[in-house]
Write a protein that binds this ligand. Sequence first.
Ligand SMILES: Nc1ncnc2c1ncn2[C@@H]1O[C@H](COP(=O)(O)OP(=O)(O)OP(=O)(O)O)[C@@H](O)[C@H]1O
Ligand SMILES: [Mg+2]
Length: 244
Amino acid sequence: MIEVVEASKRFGTLEAVSQLSFTVNPGEVVGLLGENGAGKTTTMRLISGILQPSDGEIRIGGILTSTEPLAARKQVGLLFGGDVGLYGRLTAWENIAYFGRLYGMAERQLRERIAQASEKLGMESYVRKRVAGFSRGMRQKVAIARALVHDPPVVLLDEPTTGLDVSGALVFRELIAQLRQEGKAILFSIHNMSEVKKLCDRVVIMHKGRIRFQGTIEEWRAPYDSDDPTDWFLPVIQGGGCDE
Ligand SMILES: Nc1ncnc2c1ncn2[C@@H]1O[C@H](COP(=O)(O)OP(=O)(O)OP(=O)(O)O)[C@@H](O)[C@H]1O
Ligand SMILES: [Mg+2]
C-alpha cells in the first residue's frame, strides 16, 4: 500500500533522508524509529505528498506521489503529534467537518463518520464545544478523528501519543488494533520503546537519514538477551544493526 523506492530528500546541502526503501502492506502496523533528527517526519511528509523526493519515488496504492499528488494525498490520513493545528474558534465537530469537506465528503456521510469517531474516542461530552479551551489530550483526540474522517487506506501517525494520558494511550492502542483489522496500512513514529513492542508488526529504524534495520519485532530482538526494546534499539543506531 505504501511503497518507498530509493527515496532521498535534500534541503540545500543537507540530505535529510537518503535512499529509503520500504513498504507497508494493508493490515500492517510499522513503527518508524530513530533519534531526534533521524528523518522520520521528513519521511512521513514525503509519503503524504507534502514534500516531493529529490530522488527515487513513492507510491500510495500504486499512485505515484510525484505525478498525482492530490490523488495520492486522498489515500492518506496524516496525524502529527504536539501542536495539532486545530482552529480554536471552531468546535471539535466543525474542525473535523472542515477537513472532511476538503476531501469532498457528502454531508450525511460526514455526520455519520464524526458521530462514530466521537463515540469511539470518548469525545461526546465536548465534540460540540469550541476547541480553544481543550486540554492537550482532548485536542489530540480531535486531531485523530480529523485525520481519519475520510476513511483513508493509509494512516501516518507522527508521534501520536504525545500528550495523551493513560486512558488516552489505551484508546489509541485500541484504535490502532481496529485500524489494522480494517486493513489499513499504518506507519507511525514513536519514541516510547515499550509502546513499539506492544503495537508494531515490523519496525524501520533510521539513523541520520538512512535505514539501519527493518524487520519484524522477533527479527529485531533476536540477537539480544533482553526483554527491554531500548536494549535492541541502541546497538542498531550505534552501528551494530544489519540492514535487510
Ligand atoms: N524544511 C526543512 N528544511 C531544512 N532542513 C530540514 C527541514 N525539515 C527537516 N530538516 C532537517 O532534516 C533532518 C531530519 O529531520 P526530521 O524532522 O525528519 O527528523 P525526525 O526524525 O522527525 O526528528 P524528531 O524525532 O526530532 O521529530 C534534520 O536534520 C532537520 O533539521
Ligand atoms: Mg519528527
